[in-house]
Design a protein. Structure first.
Length: 435
């Protein structure tokens, strides 16, 4: 049986063709998502929906033309972000992405939209969550007047592929917007009203993997969140398994039968009675890029060419390190629970303040932030990791970082079997739909 998996990421759009009987990827293609809109607001992160949808649908057209007889199309993509739709199901706003920072602006009598959301809803709220973004837009009176619904960009793709006029959102993506009771699979409408949000803006939510409609006779499955899709693509439903993803941001995920949340830890619904306990770091691999920029600036000032320094940094990792550890806290962009937190370096001596120790300490800091989030999960649930699966380019390409994670977890680490875990997870779950 063949399925298509589409993953709309923040910077790329990926498609896979999968033989779901053998779990073999027959074809894969990734193209840039260059839809980001320029803006004079340093905190704003928005994209053009039409550009995203055209590129994604062109991919689907190309695949269907090359590989006939598909059994399903599965969808996933960047969570948290939203766009507004009119009564005819057409987008009437930019896509406000998960990186958008308006929720942290203290413009409401010194309070932020995130804080206002937290006063109304006891669960996790953060800047970039769709309903926090919407709350800010409401208070600032910038919601389009003809807006009838909100949805994620992958929900919108599902509408365009299937011809639907109304979005249908799986609970895995609905939960990413905030104000969602994961244990019950529904939005907290009472909390929304307390925050001043009219619940009628919300799309219909389903707990099941249902068929949205058909594209050229192929069933299109409701979109699932990219975190859930990545886990299912890389680890399936394995117990006591931690998925560590390291890209620009970082994430640690564990599948659980227990609902559990803590500061920095979300219980993201996957299927009824199954939760993905997830913790995210906002910087992660970006920290390594920031350090590379530091070395590059020095090299240019010293008369060298302006070129990437990653190879030099890899060489430095082979140098002998000081016995005195250099501690680097890589929270350059804050954390989900403390957006004002800054990065730091500590434990410096005249012996360990070296380029090699700084590079290694940065990798340690990137790993430590995610490991600390795992410890919260372990303490709250008793789940003990017996295997670690690594995904994301930041981990695939860096063996030292892999060994650091393996040492911290004291468990075997293996690379994800797929390069495009989220798209593969979408392809695999597409066949689990209910017609």
């Amino acid at each position: 049986m063949k399925t298509i998996g589409i993953d709309i990421g923040t910077t790329t759009i990926s498609a896979v063709v999968m033989d779901t009987d053998t779990r073999r990827v027959l074809s894969t293609k990734t193209i840039p998502n260059d839809s980001t809109m320029r803006t004079d607001k340093v905190w704003e992160r928005i994209q053009v929906p039409q550009q995203i949808i055209k590129r994604a649908m062109d991919l689907v057209d190309e695949i269907v033309g090359n590989y006939p007889d598909f059994d399903a199309i599965g969808l996933t993509g960047q969570m948290h972000g939203i766009l507004y739709l009119d009564e005819n199901g057409h987008y009437i706003s930019p896509l406000y992405t998960w990186e958008d920072g308006r929720g942290n602006l203290p413009v409401f009598d010194g309070k932020t939209a995130t804080e206002l959301a937290g006063e109304a809803f006891e669960g996790n709220s953060a800047s970039g969550y769709g309903l926090v973004t919407h709350l800010y837009n409401l208070r600032q009176k910038i919601v389009p007047g003809s807006a009838k619904r909100i949805c994620t960009v992958m929900d919108y793709l599902g509408m365009k592929l299937s011809g639907r006029k109304e979005p249908l959102m799986h609970m895995s993506t609905a939960a990413s917007l905030g104000f969602f009771i994961a244990k019950e699979g529904r939005f907290d409408t009472e909390a929304l009203i307390r925050a001043g949000i009219d619940p009628s803006i919300l799309p219909e939510v389903t707990q099941d993997l249902v068929c949205l409609g058909y594209f050229r006779g192929i069933p299109v499955t409701v979109a699932i969140g990219d975190n859930q899709a990545s886990f299912l693509g890389a680890a399936g439903e394995q117990a006591n398994t931690v998925l560590v993803n390291m890209g620009a941001g970082g994430q640690i995920s564990v599948l659980s039968d227990i609902w559990y949340e803590a500061p920095g830890i979300e219980a993201r619904p996957v299927f009824p009675g199954k939760y993905l306990l997830a913790g995210s770091s906002l910087c992660a691999g970006k920290a390594y890029e920031i350090l590379e920029r530091f070395f590059r600036d020095y090299a240019v000032a010293a008369g060298a060419r302006d070129e990437p320094q990653f190879e030099v940094m890899e060489k430095l990792l082979q140098y002998r390190l000081s016995e005195e550890r250099l501690y680097v806290e890589t929270t350059f962009q804050g954390t989900r629970t403390d957006p004002d937190k800054t990065a730091s370096i500590s434990g410096m001596t005249d012996r360990n303040f070296t380029p090699a120790d700084l590079v290694h300490g940065t990798l340690e800091g990137m790993a430590q932030e995610l490991y600390d989030l795992y410890l919260l999960i372990e303490e709250g649930t008793g789940i003990h990791a017996t295997k670690v699966i690594a995904s994301g380019e930041g981990l695939r390409r860096n063996r030292i970082l892999q060994s650091i994670f393996q040492e911290k977890f004291k468990a075997p680490l293996e690379l994800s079997p797929f390069d495009e875990e989220a798209a593969c997870g979408a392809a695999l779950t597409a066949l689990a739909r209910k017609n």
